[in-house]
Design a protein around this ligand. Sequence first.
Ligand SMILES: Nc1ncnc2c1ncn2[C@@H]1O[C@H](COP(=O)(O)OP(=O)(O)OP(=O)(O)O)[C@@H](O)[C@H]1O
Length: 241
Amino acid sequence: MTWRDVLDILAVSTVLYYLYRLVAETRALNLVRGLLVYLSVWFLADQLEFRALAWLLGNAATLGVFALIVVFQPELRGFLERLGRGRLRENGIDEKGVHELVRAVERMAARRLGALIAIERRTPLGEYAVTGEVVDARVSARLLETIFTVGTPLHDGGTILRGPRVVAAGCVFPLSEREDLRYLGTRHRAALGLSEVSDAIVIVVSEERGTIRVAERGVLSANLTPSELRGRLEEVFREST
Ligand SMILES: Nc1ncnc2c1ncn2[C@@H]1O[C@H](COP(=O)(O)OP(=O)(O)OP(=O)(O)O)[C@@H](O)[C@H]1O
């Protein structure tokens, strides 16, 4: 085994890893499952010498490749654009998203609605998203306020934003274990906990006090005004474009 082989293996692993992340984040995941079933049936038909079925599946596969390129044209285009910009993942949030998010947070703080909102950056938050309900909708102030309205099934737990979309709500985040912060309530410890295990920016609105704080890389900010929050989020937005 030479250094070339090691580099080759590393390169292939990197490509496979990014392909997996790309597939896991888009609607291509179901397609991959479908393709695996298709290939298994084709393989079986071939092994069992079901000539007609194998012929049909073989020819349909050629057509299918072109059909896939057409159907997944938006994803492929997005992927190639990001590859060109040197960023394989969309991270952060866009300008309109920041505007809607800050509006929602400001209103929720004024109304004393407790809220916990994580903005995914480079660390994938899929494992926490699956603990809640899939939302997959464009972020809007009205949507966020609706999610955190007391008495609704999804208001408990955290909401996850990926780019300009709300991906999931009612999610369970890991609680920070820090002894010196035991005095904090669980909503704030969950915000901090998630920021300790990821690079997410986690916004927390206190139901008790109506304050706005942000947890980032294991640090919980002091109370922020809505415009201070906007400033921080705009920095994140600039970093991601
Ligand atoms: N692990 C967790 N992941 C996500 N959300 C959580 C988690 N633990 C608690 N929460 C949320 O926090 C709420 C309880 O907040 P609690 O009052 O204990 O915390 P707090 O930090 O004092 O917040 P507040 O200032 O809003 O009262 C729960 O109803 C739930 O919505």
